[in-house]
Design a protein around this ligand. Structure first.
Ligand code: F0G
Length: 462
């Protein structure tokens, strides 16, 4: 007998209470946060789907590893264990720990990218883009064509457009492309995976032009699972074997260990080039710490090493990827369109189609995100004109290409009934969609406004 229900592949040893609230409690909390979900106190949130970064639950083996942590400033045994685990997984010779992913990005780009350079990527994550641009260089997104069609069920919508990469290298010239990056999975593109075939093709182009290839590997295990599940010829392999191959197709990686490291903090930079590693380590000492801890505690390194081993467990990945797909199905059943197929770490609700009566400059995805919170205490994040729009000449923001709400699933934190509840909340919001109103910004900073802007709901008469 094959059972249909994919159960959580763990049982619970330690619990943390949730605090329930009423709609009027939440209305008060949201008003005092300036209708910005980043401004809420976490205890006023019932189910927190703001991010899957650093929000996961550690296993009992990881907590045991915490106790093994060696806090020696130099030459700590925790670092040796961390380094051996990362080398085994990735094959890279040089392993540099950092406090999180963006620190690895800053160090890598400081040492490789110069003014006027172009860095191609399937799609840069915000911090990756910001760190490239900080070097006065261009962060060029080259997503595959299927990525633009939110409805397409294409299995590898995270792929990089190889022809566009070839064109970029021909136009810009090898001397102005210090490296090519591929983000697995493509977070900004809906959590979609990159195929092995695509990464091999990118590798071939990089070889032809003698350009190094780096992975932004924050969600490498989820990407490996999608390859095993969807890519012809890969079904009999383990996600671990596929992950090992992904890393070996590149010359190095940046990795936010707050995702598939199953840690609450941590990152790394790894590579095969000894000269580059030497320069990166020197920069690491300047801002992060000595090369055997890089801004982390010894206990973090031990817990992360254990996390990197656990994360490719097929039972864990099957449950993880199925959870996101299940939530997307609940949303679609309720009549709320989502990006298809569901991502690995998150479900992206399409507010543009759910709320056609709210124009982009009145932030439809923010309206949906706020309503999910007011309805059921569920916190997601707006990925639309509030995040990406720019102030236009007529006073209206230029619209972002999509108006999405990302519901990101923390790893091993919520159970099936929590996810069912979120599905019901989405259905509840759907039932009142026509009555939802837009928002206007009353206060905003110059950069990254979505984190701290204050907004105000527009009334039915405005
Ligand atoms: N790369 C990708 C693909 C990411 O998703 C993130 C973080 C980073 C790099 C940066 O890593 O946060 O450790 O410095 N993404 C989080 C998110 C913040 O919510 O998607 P970090």
């Amino acid at each position: 007998m094959v059972y249909r229900t994919i159960i959580e592949p763990f049982r619970i040893k330690s619990v943390e209470p949730l605090r329930f609230s009423t709609r009027s409690d939440r209305e008060r909390a949201l008003a005092s946060a300036g209708w910005n979900l980043f401004g809420l106190q976490a205890e006023d949130v019932l189910i927190d789907l703001l991010t899957d970064s650093g929000t996961g639950a550690m296993s009992s083996e990881q907590w045991a590893a915490v106790m093994r942590g060696d806090e020696s400033y130099a030459g700590s045994a925790s670092f040796e264990r961390f380094e051996a685990t990362v080398r085994d997984l990735t094959g890279y010779a040089y392993v540099i720990p950092t406090h999180q992913g963006r620190a690895a990005e800053r160090i890598l780009f400081s040492e490789t990218v110069r003014t006027g350079d172009v860095v191609p990527n399937n799609t840069h994550f915000d911090t990756t883009r910001a760190n490239v641009e900080y070097q006065q260089a261009e962060a060029r997104d080259l997503p595959c064509r299927e990525a633009a069609d939110l409805d397409s069920e294409a299995p590898f919508k995270g792929d990089l457009d190889v022809e566009a990469l070839q064109r970029t290298l021909d136009e810009v010239g090898r001397e102005h492309v210090p490296l090519v990056m591929v983000t697995i999975t493509n977070n900004s593109g809906g959590g979609q995976p990159v195929s092995l075939a695509n990464l091999r093709a990118v590798r071939a182009v990089c070889d032809e032009h003698e350009v190094p290839l780096f992975l932004d590997a924050a969600r490498f295990a989820e990407n490996a699972w999608f390859i095993v599940d969807r890519e012809p010829g890969q079904h009999d392999r383990s996600p671990r074997a596929v992950a090992e191959e992904l890393f070996r197709l590149a010359d190095g990686c940046t990795l936010s260990l707050k995702k598939d490291g199953l840690g609450n903090i941590g990152g790394l930079l790894a590579m095969n080039d000894p000269d580059l590693a030497e320069r990166c380590r020197n920069l690491l000492i300047l801002t992060e710490g000595f090369p055997t801890y890089g801004g982390l505690a010894g206990r973090d390194l031990d817990a992360l090493a254990q996390g990197l081993i656990e994360v490719t467990d097929p039972a864990y990945l099957r449950y993880r990827i199925r959870t996101a797909a299940y939530l997307a199905e609940r949303a679609q059943e309720a009549g709320v369109p989502t990006v298809r197929p569901a991502g690995g770490h998150a479900v992206y609700l399409d507010a543009k189609r759910l709320l056609p009566h709210i124009p982009p400059h009145e932030y439809p995805a923010q309206a949906l995100a706020c309503e999910l919170y007011l309805e059921g205490g569920v916190r997601g994040v707006e990925i639309g004109t509030l995040m990406f729009g720019r102030a236009g000449v007529d006073g209206h923001d230029s619209p972002a290409p999509h108006e999405l709400v990302r519901l990101a699933l923390p790893r091993r934190v919520y159970t099936q009934s929590h996810v069912d509840y979120v599905g019901e909340v989405i259905a509840g919001v759907r039932a009142r969609a026509d009555a939802l109103r837009g928002y206007r910004i009353v206060e905003q900073p110059r950069w990254l406004r979505h984190f701290t802007a204050r907004l105000e709901p527009l009334s039915a008469t405005t």
